[in-house]
Design a protein. Sequence first.
Length: 255
Amino acid sequence: MFARVGRWEVAGGCWVRGVVSLALLAVVLSGCGERRADPRGLRPGETLLSVSGTGRAESRPDQAMFTAGLETVAPTLDAASARANEAVTRIVAALERLGVDEKDVQTSGLSIGRIGYGKDRNKYQASNQITVKVRQVGKAGQAIAAATAAGANVLSGPNLTVADPEAATLSAHGAAYKAARAKAEAYAKAAGMRVARVVAIYDGGQGGAMPMMAEEARDAAYAPPPPVMVQTSAPVMRGTNSAVITARVDFALAE
């Protein structure tokens, strides 16, 4: 059997032309009536709700890092460089005697140049700095004292961290999801609905420290190093480190 559908006609949302068989028309119409999948992953009758949650985790630091070195001025380039290098050699030796492994000592800064102003004009300034990792926080104070006793006049730190930050923040991820779920339950109850299922979870990552402003960073870079007076072991308190994790969760709500 055949049916004529004008020159151009709309049938069930589809354009068909000319004479077509009723069987073919039925196939066309059935295809036009199919429901397309929701790109958000929702099922018929569901409502999407996106909420965020935060979680906090506290951990005890298990390692300390600090920077130590020497900044010196000498009449010649070779003399200034030699003084800085000799001082760092003494510092490294002192740290090794304390039990700091060679793999935990890394050069972090080398510089030398002629001074063009002030009382030391036309002399040379050299700097050699190392970054030290102490894997026992209780020995951090001793390591700092050993470095200064060996001749370090530039010192910064310590920075107390955990060796495995991922493991330390796992509980915060769970807390972030629970916070998001609690919000979703509250919204659903207020709307007379229920949380049917989780559609997607997005990890927002860990919050970091507030960065220095540009002017503060510039001043820190050009300011002269403060005098280092540490000669005895200074107490280093471990305290606790906090990490804040954020997560966004898409929930499907239903009646």
